[in-house]
Design a protein around this ligand. Structure first.
Ligand SMILES: Nc1nc2c(ncn2[C@@H]2O[C@H](COP(=O)(O)OP(=O)(O)OP(=O)(O)O)[C@@H](O)[C@H]2O)c(=O)[nH]1
Ligand SMILES: [Ca+2]
Length: 498
């Protein structure tokens, strides 16, 4: 017993060295876990911003996009944070009083100043892109178009943002950037997935864009756009039909009715009971129809509805020309179109109209869609107005025509069949951002989609920190065991000897 007591006095356990090792080990573990936790704690997000004004034929809209400040090149997703519809008509309607085009933007620009943090404003790019309305104005009166741009530029230069210019997009750009937007928001580009085609129906033009195995660009180079995005090559087919937006198409259809210069026009695409007096000069005021203006016309005509879907379909068909095609296949008006392929997203007026008509469900057989539209067109104007008291009367009067135009454009124009119709999805937004060309346009101009896939570390950050922590704990454990093996045998040996 006395020998044992003597040993304890000589070799108190744990020894100071062991204590030091344990303390250092514990400190190391606590430090590591703290670092891992702090490193992965979400830090308050800082954003960068970009603004695009979509100066469409019917109206202008402002979109504000944001993305995480430290990730602007590849991994961070760009999303829409605010949008503002400019009051009044599109900028092309201010041809005779251009200054008003600049004025019209002020309210939405004010909203942009409230949305983008002040310290970010000077580095926030601001773009304006004009589409078919300005294309048409440029055709008939290029100096008026310049004056409108001048007025718009003056208004935008005075904003606190980094103004990058205002220009007319080509139809090809409009189609291609709409396609980029849809596929970017769906994460199809980064992941190299099969893409979705894009169908955009505006007021003055309409675009179709898709990838088809049948298309390499050689048959019709003007319809071909090549991209290299995230390491994948895309050969996109795209076409924009000027005058085939729904407002200009309606003008063309009514113009076909009024070739005789009659004072009364019976229109199957408007509800029975609809009766409005309209000006011939307003009807024929665009280059889409001006060439067809009859020689002698009275000042006005009575536009009277008849409400007949079948007849409406026939008159709508009359604005498509299927007679000549110099390619292996065409959509209409002699324009090349490869075989339709894959799913499609249809936005802008495709969505507004089909959503109003409750016809966005494309799993519904095409025949049923037509029957429902036929019933809608046959409903009297009085009843329609009572059923939809809050809807803008101009939009309301045109839904029968617009629905018929959409179905005719898709099936007769682009050749969607009863089977392939279900490949179309009518969409407004994708993950909170509006479908349209603006996001694709900004991503392109800010080089936000890299041509090559970004090099990413093999492990995500959290995984890396966890593995380093676990390995260090294991190493410290091993060290402790080693220390015990060094000191413990000596103690036990001494105990046994004594
Ligand atoms: N029913 C309905 N129609 C709308 C709405 N907003 C726009 N439209 C109409 O839908 C059509 C297309 O609208 P947009 O896509 O904004 O067309 P846009 O961009 O002005 O015209 P483009 O320059 O040809 O692209 C036009 O006839 C508009 O008058 C809406 O909220 N409801
Ligand atoms: Ca548009």
């Amino acid at each position: 017993m006395s020998a044992q007591r003597e040993m304890k006095e000589k070799n108190p356990w744990p020894t100071p060295v062991t204590i030091i090792i344990i303390v250092i080990g514990v400190i190391a573990i606590v430090a590591l876990v703290t670092v891992a936790v702090l490193q992965n704690k979400p830090v308050p997000q800082k954003y960068k911003y970009g603004i695009v004004l979509d100066a469409g034929s019917s109206h202008t809209a402002l979109y504000i996009y944001q993305w995480p400040a430290e990730k602007d090149n590849n991994t961070g997703r760009v999303e829409q944070t605010h949008s503002c519809k400019v009051k009044g008509k599109g900028i092309s309607s201010y041809a005779s009083e251009p200054w008003k085009a600049g004025e019209s933007l002020k309210e939405c620009m004010g909203e942009a100043e409230e949305t983008v943090p002040k310290e970010r404003a000077h580095e926030t790019p601001l773009y304006l892109g004009a589409t078919a309305g300005m294309r048409l104005l440029d055709i008939v009166n290029s100096s008026a178009s310049k004056n409108v741009f001048q007025a718009v530029e003056n208004a935008l230069r005075n904003s606190p943002f980094s103004y990058q210019g205002a220009r007319i997009l080509s139809g090809q750009e409009e189609g291609a950037f709409g396609w980029v937007t849809v596929n970017y928001l769906d994460d199809r580009l980064k992941q190299g997935l099969k893409t979705t085609g894009a169908l955009d129906l505006g007021g003055a033009s309409t675009q179709i864009s898709f990838i088809s195995n049948d298309f390499d660009g050689s048959e019709s180079p003007i319809n071909s756009v090549n991209f290299r995005l995230y390491g994948n090559d895309y050969n996109l087919y795209t076409h924009s039909f000027l005058c085939y937006g729904k407002d200009q198409a309606l003008k063309m259809v009514v113009a076909n009715h009024t070739q005789s210069g009659a004072t009364t026009v019976l229109d199957p695409c408007f509800h029975s009971g609809y009766n409005e007096t309209k000006n011939y000069s307003v009807l024929y005021d665009s280059p889409c129809v001006s060439g067809r203006k009859p020689q002698e016309v009275p000042e006005k005509f009575d536009h009277i509805g008849k409400g007949n879907f079948q007849e409406c379909q026939e008159v709508v068909k009359s604005v498509f020309n299927f007679t000549s095609c110099k390619y292996s296949r065409c959509s209409f008006n002699g324009v090349f179109q490869p075989l339709l392929q894959g799913p499609f997203g249809a936005f802008s007026a495709y969505y507004f109209v089909m959503n109003f008509l409750n016809l966005t469900d494309t799993s519904m057989p095409l025949e049923t869609v037509k029957e429902k539209l036929s019933q809608y067109c046959a409903t009297s104007w009085d009843k329609i107005k009572i059923q939809h008291p809050t809807v803008n009367v101009k939009y309301l009067a045109e839904y029968c025509f617009s629905g018929t135009y959409i179905l005719t454009l898709l099936t007769e124009g682009y050749d969607f069949t009863a089977v392939t119709y279900s490949n179309i999805k009518f969409i407004k937004k994708i993950k909170g951002s509006d479908a349209g060309w603006t996001l694709g346009y900004m991503l392109n101009l800010t080089n936000m989609i890299p041509a090559e896939a970004p090099d990413s570390p093999p492990l995500p950050h959290a995984g890396y920190v966890s593995i380093v922590t676990i390995m260090t704990i294991l190493l410290i454990g091993l060290l402790l065991l080693l220390a015990l093996r060094i000191f413990w045998p000596r103690c036990s040996k001494k105990t046994q000897i004594v």
